[in-house]
Design a protein around this ligand. Sequence first.
Ligand SMILES: CC(C)(COP(=O)(O)OP(=O)(O)OC[C@H]1O[C@@H](n2cnc3c(N)ncnc32)[C@H](O)[C@@H]1OP(=O)(O)O)[C@@H](O)C(=O)NCCC(=O)NCCS
Length: 200
Amino acid sequence: MTVFKDRMGRPLGAKEASKKIMNRFYNYWLDFELMLLRCVGHIPFHTLRKLFYRLAGIKLGRRATIHMWASFFQPRNIEIGEGTRVGDHAFLDGRAKLTIGKEVDIASYVMIYNSEHNLKSDDFSAIEEPVEIGDYSFIGPRVIILPGVRIGTGAVVAAGAVVTKDVEDYAIVGGVPAVKIGERTSKNLHYKLGRARLFQ
Ligand SMILES: CC(C)(COP(=O)(O)OP(=O)(O)OC[C@H]1O[C@@H](n2cnc3c(N)ncnc32)[C@H](O)[C@@H]1OP(=O)(O)O)[C@@H](O)C(=O)NCCC(=O)NCCS
């Protein structure tokens, strides 16, 4: 007699079932933690938010900050380099590794995804892929970056773009899907971004 079944009604062995049960409890905990992080996003002080984000496992470099109202799926896989500014209302996924370099300027309402459904599979299974954003890049407001994408060093993504493919170093891309619309002239970038806005 089969005691355990998955949500599709497939029979599960005891070992497989206990793994799924543990995973379910871990996910309940993660859901609770993500709710707390949403509350943290409402605190109008960078230092306090950063403290909680670091406690949740986000690796935040020196002077890096995330503005208010950010949300996440898995904070432990998120790494943000020195001096980087993440704008308000960002969505940083983290179900696979998300690596953001140093002095990266990310505007408001940017969404970065690490996971998507496999539309070719018969069970709508998830595919998780890392995303990497290079040093000195600029990501404009309301940009959406899809799983598996690498944004090169110094690259610029224009406002409102949907990035579906890798972006070369120093390229300027825009549109849906994003295509090259220009190139940054300086290839010797070495600035530090200005301070983050207070109480935001
Ligand atoms: C990326 C950006 C900086 C490009 O500026 P630029 O290099 O001066 O580009 P241009 O204005 O010369 O435009 C070059 C081409 O790209 C197109 N383009 C510019 N911005 C675009 C966008 N967001 N989406 C799609 N195409 C865009 C232009 O229409 C133009 O096309 P054309 O050659 O066919 O006429 C600018 O478009 C942008 O997105 N700025 C964001 C502003 C912002 O975020 N402000 C708040 C910061 S916190």
